[in-house]
Design a protein around this ligand. Structure first.
Ligand code: PHE
Length: 344
């Protein structure tokens, strides 16, 4: 009886011990302590030999019973510890979806590309198609066929970077006029624009750059008059600088156009009153244009009695500078992101 009481005590103690166990190492130690070969129950089992024969089965049964119960405590504790370990791991690996994410910066188009696309949209809306030409160009197309023979003094204003005597970095987008004329003699009317980079030998400063961007427009048809050109210029000026703009044409000179004009637009900053932007005049020069010179048409194989055309060439940087109030042309090439991001 005394023995049985002791066993009950062992059982209660084990219950408490396994309930408190927290680590799996501890759990294994306690298992050995109670259920192992040299554990508490084994000692009681060896005490059995001193009992009277008739009590042995009953006592053996009791020990077995207690062993099963303690095993149950062990299994419960094991499940509890494993569960706690999983929970701990889960909480350590958990992702806090409410934390702010890493900022992904979206790029954007460079201001020059934006202005080119804006102009392309306007011209395409007027029925023009976009053409491209090479930046390394023949002297023949860049100058000669544009009525600028080798000895022409106007070449001085467009000195270039020569690769050979006959090959240079184009000084304007006008050679695309020649290329288009040569390609399309059977496919009139011609109505193209050509945006692209051009190069001139120049000293870089606030307003000059040895590389810049132009957009050229060329129309050739049976009838293509100066008033068509004027209407086109007014449309472009208004779409780019506001619906209230006026334009003014001043006589000018380009070897490849005759007559030639310099196009001014009424100042979008002061509305033509006079301010620092337009240097007090109320007008800002934006581009050069004119009727395609007969010599240019004839050189490309067009009968100038049958065909006529007009052309214009504008500096993209100049338009960007005027429209966005930029004070240094070089800011458009130095790729300072603080500058570029202002035009997102
Ligand atoms: N090619 C001229 C320049 O770069 C601009 C221009 C183009 C003028 C077409 C008239 C007609 O200065």
């Amino acid at each position: 009886m005394n023995l049985e009481k002791k066993l009950i005590e062992v059982l209660n103690q084990a219950k408490e011990v396994f309930h408190k166990v927290e680590s799996s190492q501890d759990l294994q130690d306690k298992k050995a302590e109670y259920l192992g070969k040299k554990g508490v129950l084994s000692t009681y089992l060896s005490d059995m030999k001193d009992l009277p024969v008739e009590e042995k089965p009953k006592f053996g049964q009791a020990i077995n019973d207690i062993k099963n119960q303690i095993n149950g405590f062990f299994e419960d504790a094991k499940t509890r510890i494993e569960k706690a370990a999983v929970m701990k791991k889960l909480s350590l690996e958990a992702i806090d979806v409410t934390l702010p994410g890493k900022e992904i910066r979206l790029g954007s188009k460079h201001l020059l590309s934006q202005v080119i696309e804006e102009l392309e949209d306007i011209f395409v809306g007027l029925g023009y198609t976009v053409k491209e030409g090479p930046e390394v160009e023949l002297d023949l197309y860049n100058f000669e066929m544009l009525n600028l023979p080798k000895s022409h003094p106007a070449r001085d204003m467009q000195d270039s970077f020569y690769i050979t005597e006959e090959l240079l970095l184009r000084t304007h987008t006008s050679p695309v006029q020649v290329r288009t004329l040569l390609e399309n003699i059977d496919k009139l009317p011609i109505k193209i624009i050509c945006p692209g980079k051009v190069y001139r030998r120049d000293d870089d400063d606030l307003t000059h750059s040895h590389q810049f961007t132009q957009i050229e427009a060329l129309v050739v048809d049976h009838h293509a008059s100066l008033s068509d050109l004027k209407g086109t210029l007014l449309t472009i000026a208004r779409k780019m600088f506001g619906e209230d703009r006026q334009i003014r044409l001043r006589p000018s000179y380009f070897p490849f156009t005759e007559p030639s004009v310099e196009v001014d637009v009424s100042c979008h900053k002061c509305n033509g009153v006079g301010c620092s932007m337009c240097k007090g005049s109320g007008w800002i020069e934006i581009l050069g244009a004119g009727m395609v010179n007969n010599a240019v048409l004839e050189a490309a194989g067009y009968d100038s009695n049958v065909y006529q055309g007009y052309a214009l060439g504008a500096g993209i940087e100049r338009i960007a500078i005027l429209k966005y109030g930029i004070d240094d042309i070089r800011a458009l090439y130095t790729n300072d992101l603080r500058f570029n991001r202002q035009f997102k």
